[in-house]
Design a protein around this ligand. Structure first.
Ligand code: PSU
Ligand code: MN
Length: 308
């Protein structure tokens, strides 16, 4: 078999940063294609990339456009994405298993945590900031719906900075799955695993105190085991933007009931629940979403700098 050149393109900024041995932070794109309304999503992209640059770290938003995995977007790529946004149905949601078909068929879409982790690792990027990770869905006993994010976390040695996961999921089962898979889960200066909108889920995890400490843990893990898992760093949403659990849980119960009534499942379930929540909280969830994304980029950038 001849060797295949994969359709993976590094942005000019990422190429430069790598050549100069400067820190790079990966970011996902499902939040752009499926998580946030247009044109707010482009505003968020700009804000997050600027925050990253201000921290002295090169942003690498990962996305698939016309079958090419982009590791960071140049101006022309952002224009191309904006164009595709006008006909949003053509933008898919790609998990890890869908990357080869997207590349072969020349499709476009956002990459989930599992796909972003794979492309980041392949490109030599060790840290990735996102909003929330996928996990074990409620009712998994019946549906076996477990996000491929968890399997990717078990198999790909990338640090994923998130605000935990939403209570649309079965959070205790998600943490059990991660424990079984040997994935370390740390709280950023806290023992509380956050539940995305809320700073606490009621579940306890280990704590890290600094970016240096986490970077040292990552290096130690890699030295011990060449086939290491990823690491989850759970960073609670800032207090000012927190939505208390009692308040958000009403919306979450409604979202889950609506999905059940509509028979939504498989890869459509998470986007359905996310957009239901955005609508039913009337934008409240969008402000929280932006606050925690920014918070995760700031911490992710600190860690990326410790790992160059
Ligand atoms: N949870 C969120 N926001 C998100 C997602 C999950 O709070 O944007 C997205 C991420 O891209 C994640 C994906 O990787 O959904 C998980 O989808 P699934 O449950 O189908 O694996
Ligand atoms: Mn699923």
């Amino acid at each position: 078999m001849t060797t295949l050149t994969l359709p993976i393109k590094l942005s000019s900024g990422v190429q430069r940063a790598m050549a100069e041995h400067r820190a790079v932070l990966a970011m996902e794109s499902t939040v752009l294609t499926h998580g946030l309304p247009y044109p707010d999503n482009f505003e968020v992209l700009k804000i997050l990339e600027q925050l990253c640059t201000d921290s002295g770290v090169e942003p690498a938003t990962i996305i698939v456009l016309d079958g090419i995995a982009h590791i960071g977007m140049d101006e022309a790529d952002i224009a191309n994405l904006k164009d595709k946004m006008q006909n949003r149905e053509q933008l898919h949601k790609f998990g890890r298993r869908e990357l080869p078909i997207a590349m072969v068929k020349g499709l476009s879409g956002g990459t989930t945590v599992s796909a972003t982790m794979l492309l980041a690792y392949y490109s030599g990027i060790k840290v990735f900031s996102t909003g929330g990770i996928g996990g074990v869905h409620r009712g998994w006993e019946r549906t076996l719906d477990i996000s491929s994010d968890l399997k990717a976390l078990a198999e790909i040695p990338v640090i994923v900075v998130s605000a935990g996961c939403k209570a649309i999921l079965d959070i205790p089962a998600t943490l059990e799955y991660l424990e079984t898979s040997g994935v370390p889960v740390f709280g950023w200066q806290t023992h509380d695993f956050p539940a995305f909108y809320s700073r606490k889920s009621g579940l306890k995890i280990d704590k890290v105190d600094s970016a240096k400490q986490l970077a040292d843990i990552y290096k130690t893990m890699m030295a011990l085991d060449a086939k290491s898992s990823g690491i989850i760093l759970a960073n609670p949403v800032p207090i000012a933007q927190e939505i208390p659990q009692e308040q958000i849980s009403i919306h979450i119960e409604k979202a889950i009931q609506a999905a059940e009534d509509m028979g939504v499942g498989g890869k459509n379930l998470t986007p359905y629940l996310l957009s239901f929540l955005a609508e039913s909280t009337q934008g409240l969830s969008v402000a929280t979403n932006l606050a925690l994304l920014k918070n995760n980029v700031i911490i992710g950038a600190q860690i990326a700098k410790e790992l160059v």
